[in-house]
Design a binder for this molecule. Structure first.
Ligand SMILES: [Cu+2]
Length: 286
């Protein structure tokens, strides 16, 4: 249940002449949790103009010294750097302290859903669920039986390049190796959006095109929100939607392998798995 999120601060460096493609944002918020070994902190922050609404997210730092002296409850001004494929806090300044409203547990990254169904364990059969795909066709999860499936959960408006967009890039990167390896010819890629309200089939279709997805191999699904949530929760995906802003979805990441019999093989948590690792793991999957 390692969490890998990154935060962003807004304030486009208007004076920098635009030589760089990195964007820099000012971020103001309260530290809820610090994860020094993983060089991350979870921040409940205000709107980042031009980037994302107010939300609670884990953010990375590259320089772990930035975390020295910080504690849960601290109010911070920070600077978020967003690169095309990465995002991290470059500076963090403590500006005050406030009582924590909630215990410093971040729901979005909790390993299990408190009231939800049980987490599936490897070897267990994945229950069925119904979805709709990028062409508006009804698809049940069990219809993928007969093919090993690599599946992940995202939403297309995710603002952090190291989160959902990274899952997309890694799935895209697996397409060619899957095609080139006859032993993996049956493997299917499945991306499930947990934002059905925005990620309608036409939106998913455009998203697939942007990713140069081979739709014979890679399917984009969404469905009834509660059903998607229930299905995703069985793999440890937790999703918290803000009432105030539909773009604000706090979530964690899970990518899973399901074998051709529909049994769960493996769950990758967070964003630090690599396509090669999944491809290697797939060689042992029937
Ligand atoms: Cu995301």
């Amino acid at each position: 249940m390692r969490v890998h999120l990154v935060l962003v601060l807004a304030i486009i460096a208007s004076a920098c002449g635009g030589k760089t493609t990195d964007r820099t944002y000012a971020l103001q918020g309260q530290v809820l949790q610090i994860d020094a070994p993983n060089k991350q902190l979870t921040v409940k922050h205000e709107e980042i103009k031009g980037l994302m609404p107010a939300m609670t997210m884990p953010y990375s730092v590259r320089d772990e010294k930035l975390l020295n002296g910080l504690a849960a409850g601290d109010l911070i001004d920070a600077r978020l750097v967003v690169e095309s494929n990465d995002a991290y806090l470059r500076t963090i300044r403590k500006v005050g302290q406030a009582p924590l409203e909630k215990p410093p547990v971040d729901e979005a990254t909790a390993p299990a859903v408190r009231t939800g169904p049980e987490l599936l364990k490897p070897g267990e059969r994945v229950p069925d669920a119904s979805f709709v795909d990028q062409d508006g066709r009804k698809r049940s999860f069990h219809a993928f039986r007969g093919s090993p499936v690599v599946m992940t959960f995202i939403y297309t408006r995710c603002p952090l390049p190291t989160f959902c967009p990274l899952m997309d890039r890694q799935f895209a990167a697996m397409q060619t190796p899957l095609k080139d390896d006859p032993a993996l010819s049956k493997v299917r890629l499945v991306t499930v959006s947990f934002d059905p309200k925005f990620d309608t089939p036409p939106v998913l279709k455009r998203h697939a095109q942007t990713l140069h997805a081979d739709l014979a191999r890679w399917t984009f699904l969404t469905g009834d929100r509660d059903e998607v949530d229930r299905f995703a929760a069985r793999f440890g995906v937790s999703i918290a939607r803000a009432m105030s802003d539909p773009r604000d979805i706090t979530h964690n990441l899970r990518t899973v392998i399901v074998d051709a019999d529909g049994k769960l093989v493996k769950v990758y948590t967070g964003n630090d798995w690599l396509p090669d690792q999944v491809l290697a793991d797939l060689k042992h999957v029937g």
